[in-house]
Design a protein around this ligand. Structure first.
Ligand code: NAP
Length: 312
């Protein structure tokens, strides 16, 4: 019998507490699923399901842990924890990916079609303005991981010319793939719409600084469902105020919740969404957790392992 800990406080542990034991049983794995803030005999816990916003910060009592299974795609809150020595897997959940595709496509189309112009029309003005079609709007995605590829694929299927940029060179059907500093400049120069789907690491923090924002074409749209610190906030405000960037739709922030007095709330060129671009869906995520536990027990390599050195 293995022991699986649902770590710390979490509002929807109720749902995982029901789904996970049933899924483990279905997979033929005998397990005790524990939901205690301070479980007895922590050294006998085999797997820790980790909720990033939980209050669990010290992994050192869990000396027998075979893996920590993160419930989020982003791992920046846990990857630098020095008490964590067990392998760390991040979440790749089909439900989370589907949600991110829908959110990015919706916000890209909002700006591409100028939907606000008609939705907000109150002046009885009949001024037809036919929007362009997708093939006329080059779009760039920074980050070609699970989410960047899924979002890029959906937008490419709609007809957008999609350029993607990543650390290592990639070959993704339907996209122009670039890497390296020169590749980044090229990707930004053609980005009428820019979507950030990079993880937050020391190498990506403030990647979109004042200089790189100037590489974007005048009137570009920036959409950030990645992480807040990917952007230099002051540089973004300056680029919006100068008109170089037409609009920014931001889902993630340096500080969350975004403080009530933060200038982003009132800025007419910024749309704030409260970190809802997507979320892990328990009904699909339990399958991912169970598969990794099965692999761990069978001595097979775990899926979605985080490279501690790279930080994602
Ligand atoms: P992933 O599969 O790990 O992909 C990360 C991508 O970023 C990879 O293509 C990687 O390049 C690239 N990358 C990393 N560091 C880089 C660097 N220094 N320079 C250039 N490219 C770099 O991650 P994912 O599952 O797609 O998720 C991406 C991020 O989305 C998460 O880390 C999280 O921050 C965010 N997210 C947000 C929400 C939300 O609701 N707002 C929800 C889920 C996730 P390689 O391919 O070469 O490794």
């Amino acid at each position: 019998m293995i022991r699986v800990l649902l770590s710390g406080q979490r509002m929807d542990w109720e749902e995982y507490g029901e789904l996970l034991p049933a899924a483990l049983t279905d997979a033929g794995i005998e397990a005790e699923v524990i939901r205690e803030r301070a479980p007895r005999s922590p050294e006998t816990i085999d797997y820790i399901v980790y909720a990033p916003w939980s209050d669990m910060k010290d992994f050192s009592p869990f000396t027998g842990a075979k893996a920590v299974l993160n419930l989020w795609a982003g791992v920046e809150d846990v990857v630098t924890n020095e008490t964590l020595t067990a392998p760390l897997a991040r979440m790749v959940d089909p439900g989370l990916t589907a949600g991110m595709v829908e959110w990015c496509v919706a916000h890209a189309l909002r700006h591409h079609l100028g939907i606000d112009r008609d939705v907000c029309r109150r002046d009885a003005a009949w001024d037809p303005c036919v929007p362009p079609i997708a093939r006329e709007r080059p779009l760039t995605i920074l980050g070609l991981g699970v989410l960047g590829c899924a979002v890029g694929g959906a937008l490419s299927d709609l007809g957008f010319p999609v350029t993607g940029w990543s650390r290592s060179g990639k070959d993704v059907s339907g996209m122009t793939c670039l890497s390296g500093e020169d590749g980044l400049v090229e990707a930004l120069r053609m980005a009428e719409l820019l979507i950030l789907l990079l993880p937050l690491t020391p190498a990506t923090e403030e990647l979109m600084n004042a200089e790189r924002l100037t590489f974007l074409p005048k009137g570009a749209i920036l959409i950030n469902p990645g992480r807040g610190p990917l952007i230099d906030d002051d540089a973004l405000l300056a680029a919006l105020d100068s008109g170089h960037i037409a609009h920014a739709t931001l889902d993630v922030f340096r500080e969350e919740p975004l403080p009530r007095d933060h200038p982003f709330w009132a800025h007419p060129g910024i749309t704030v969404t409260p970190h809802i671009a997507s979320a892990t869906r328990p009904d699909t995520a339990v399958g991912v957790l169970v598969e990794n536990i099965r692999r761990g027990e069978a001595g097979e390599p775990l899926l979605h392992l985080v490279d501690r050195f790279r930080g994602y």
